[in-house]
Design a protein around this ligand. Sequence first.
Ligand code: CUA
Length: 315
Amino acid sequence: MLLLGGCEGVQSVLHPQGPDAERIATLGWIMFAGAAAIFLLVMALIAFAWIRPPQRDWFGSSRLVVVGGLIFPTATLTALLIYSLAAAGIATRPPATDPEIEVVGYQWWWEVRYRDADGEVAFTTANEIRLPTGRPVRTRVSTADVIHSFWVPNLAGKIDMIPGRVNELMLEADEAGAFRGQCAEYCGGPHTWMAFYAVAEEPDQFARWFERQQQPAPAPQDPILQRGLEVFTSFGCGACHAIRGTDAVGGFGPDLTHVGSRRTIGAGILDNTTENLAAWIADSQHIKPDNPMPPFDFIEGEDLEALAAYLKSLQ
Ligand code: CUA
């Protein structure tokens, strides 16, 4: 029962939530059942050979060797190969459409770009993908540095992000929900902490999110938030991060225009709260060692609180 409990969850191939993931899970169960049956058969034959004295009957015949050792494995593996190629959808891809989401892997986070109906980049975000339920979304993946691997086990198969190459996969979710994705290829340092969320939403809710993400950040009205923006500007955060609607246009780190609306910070590793934002700014090396952001422990007290509050307000 404990083992079965592991099948549920937001990052599990055994809990498929979309058609591609469903096919992969079915293939996995067929392989598991087949391997288990063959294992039991071989164990039974070994036991049989053990308890019987050797004799020259059918059990020692060359016919058994030919059938059991050549014909059976060849037929089984051929059938499995054909089935798995079909299940992988090599013959049944949906017609090509423009990519809607582009994900670029960085050490150790994810840049996410959305395109509008004209194929132009509508906005850039990071470490969280949203998609509408009920239809496949063409997703293009690439990398800015080393090999990463893009994987949301509940929704689709795994695909590598390879330097100099663009790979594609279809993401599709049947129902609304949030599913965890993980970099599945060792990419150095905090590879383990290179995660993200794929959030599936009803189409009209997704459309509202898309609309909101296209807007620049509004100028803060509250004095504390104004102070937060001043701190952000004066300490040079904009050299690495962009906030559309301000002077910050850095492209080295995640776009922060709507950072407050995301579920997590640090690429899927911390809940997105004002306290965690402050902790990350002050000493992210303590939270995610070797990430490229230096500690900003000289931003303290009310300055730090205002900065974290400002970032959290960017919904
Ligand atoms: Cu990126 Cu592992």
